[in-house]
Each structure stands twice: as structure tokens, then as C-alpha cells.
Design a binder for this molecule. Structure first.
Ligand code: MLT
Length: 261
């Protein structure tokens, strides 16, 4: 992987293909590896820039709470370093929160943006409490136990039986998350504001993708705006992880969004 220094910390990224730039941002306790099944389906005609967000994968994981804004600023620095003036940004779940922060402040750097199994809603009180529980589990039980508890629920029901290798792969990616990175990112998600207005007020083309069986970001939370110029798609059979569960369907949706926008 290539590297840039952002805010004093190393950010690792993959840069594959040529053409219009598409930035793919992974979710919590994921990494650029989440997108591996999708990138070959896009990189024939697109430049896929795929970072490990701060605290994840091979990137540095500073101690302490992060913010979603910091993570978006890391991505801005990456685009600056790569001399990419404009890109389409697609964020999976936590990566979607980062995408919304980026779109709110740096819209002139985007051709469009999309949320893949993500939402503009902030955490409610129960959600905020769960973040603190997550940090405590990470600290007291360690990453392996935390990831083993987290990952199966990201996939559509029945995946453990029908395609256990997908769950195993996502766990292996998750185990590589440094504990301070996971804790820092959980606290960042806890503090993020409601950004539904970024979706409803943006003049940019927006893509919203939901998974039929997503228990984390169900379709009604993904599709928070009715404004025109939003492309909405629900992937049948997918849970929260369509880039691994149904990469062909997701690639088709992304390609037609880019063609139309
Ligand atoms: C993710 O996959 O990034 C998480 O499910 C997001 C969240 O917990 O809000």
C-alpha cells in the first residue's frame, strides 16, 4: 500500500485503475480490504482510491478519541497529495459518516457522493450508550472478542450457514484493527451530529444504497431524504456488507450512478 502523512500520522491507501476518481471509505473495524471484491469490478474504467481510515488497517492509530471531521480531513489531505481535484466519494457505514462531513465542508472537491448502508441520522441516546459499552468491551475483553461479537450481525441472516467464509474474512480484517483505533473511532461516531441536511440540501448527485436485511442501517434510515437527484437502491438479499455479500450488484449500481450523474 502507498502512504501519506496526515496531521502527523501515516495514512495508507490503495490506488488502482485509471479514469474518473472514486474514493471508497470503509466502515468501523474494516479497512480498504472490505472493498477488495468490488475494486476489480470498477477499476477497469475508474480510478479507485481506497484508504485505511485513521485507526484502521495499516494506517496509524493514535491514542484517544477521534472525530469524524478529522477522518474527513485525512481524506482531503490524501486527495491533495494525489493531486485529485474532484472525486466521487462513497462511504460504507462509518465511512458514510465521514463522507457526509466531507460533503458538508468540501463539496467543491466532489462530483457526487454516496452512502452505502449508512445514514445521516446521529446516534440516539441508546446508540451513544452502546458506543461506551463497545469501548469498555474493547478495553476489558480485547479485539478478538469484540470482533467476534460484532461481525456476524453485519451480514444478512443465514450467512453464517450459507457463506461462513464471508464472515470469517470480515473477522480477519477486523482483528487487524488496533484496539485504540476501534475505541477512538467508536467515540467519533458517538459525537457525530445529525447530517441529514447534507443529503437533502446538497446540489451534488447523491447515491443511497440500502441492504434489504441490514439490521444496522435499515432502508428507512438510509433513505432519509426525498429530494430529486438522489439515486436510491435497495439490494435484495444483502445485509450491511453488500461490497462483500453482493459485489456485482453494488458495482452495477455504482456504475449506473456515475453514468447518470
Ligand atoms: C459500521 O459498519 O461502520 C458501523 O456499523 C457503523 C455504526 O456502528 O454506526
Amino acid at each position: 500500500m502507498d502512504k501519506v502523512v496526515c496531521d502527523g500520522y501515516t495514512l495508507c491507501y490503495a490506488d488502482q485503475g485509471e479514469g474518473e476518481a472514486v474514493v471508497l471509505l470503509h466502515g468501523f473495524c474494516g479497512s480498504s480490504a472490505y472493498w477488495e471484491p468490488l475494486v476489480p469490478l470498477l477499476s477497469g474504467s475508474l480510478r479507485c482510491i481506497v484508504p485505511d481510515l485513521r485507526g484502521h488497517g495499516s494506517s496509524d492509530a493514535p491514542l484517544g478519541a477521534y472525530s469524524i471531521e478529522q477522518m474527513a480531513d485525512d481524506v482531503l489531505k490524501l486527495l491533495d497529495e494525489l493531486n485529485v481535484e474532484k472525486a466521487t466519494m462513497l462511504g460504507h457505514s462509518m465511512g458514510g459518516y465521514v463522507t457526509l462531513s466531507f460533503a458538508q465542508r468540501y463539496a467543491s472537491r466532489l462530483n457526487g457522493f454516496g452512502l452505502i448502508h449508512s445514514t445521516g441520522y446521529a446516534d440516539d441516546e441508546a446508540g451513544k450508550e452502546k458506543r461506551l459499552k463497545a469501548v469498555s468491551t474493547i478495553q476489558t475483553e480485547g479485539m478478538t472478542a469484540f470482533i467476534d461479537g460484532l461481525i456476524p450481525g453485519l451480514f444478512a441472516p443465514g450467512t453464517a450457514k450459507s457463506r461462513p467464509e464471508l464472515i470469517q474474512k470480515a473477522k480477519e480484517i477486523g482483528y487487524l484493527t488496533p484496539p485504540q483505533g476501534a475505541a477512538g473511532a467508536a467515540l467519533a461516531m458517538r459525537e457525530r451530529p445529525d447530517r441529514r441536511d447534507v443529503i437533502s440540501a446538497s446540489a451534488l448527485p447523491v447515491l443511497l444504497v440500502a441492504g434489504e436485511h441490514d439490521g444496522i442501517a435499515p432502508p428507512e434510515k438510509v433513505f432519509s431524504s426525498d429530494r430529486p437527484n438522489i439515486t436510491k437502491a435497495t439490494i435484495k438479499g444483502a445485509g450491511h456488507m453488500s461490497m462483500m455479500e453482493t459485489p456485482e450488484e453494488l458495482a452495477g449500481i455504482v456504475r449506473s450512478f456515475l453514468k447518470e450523474s
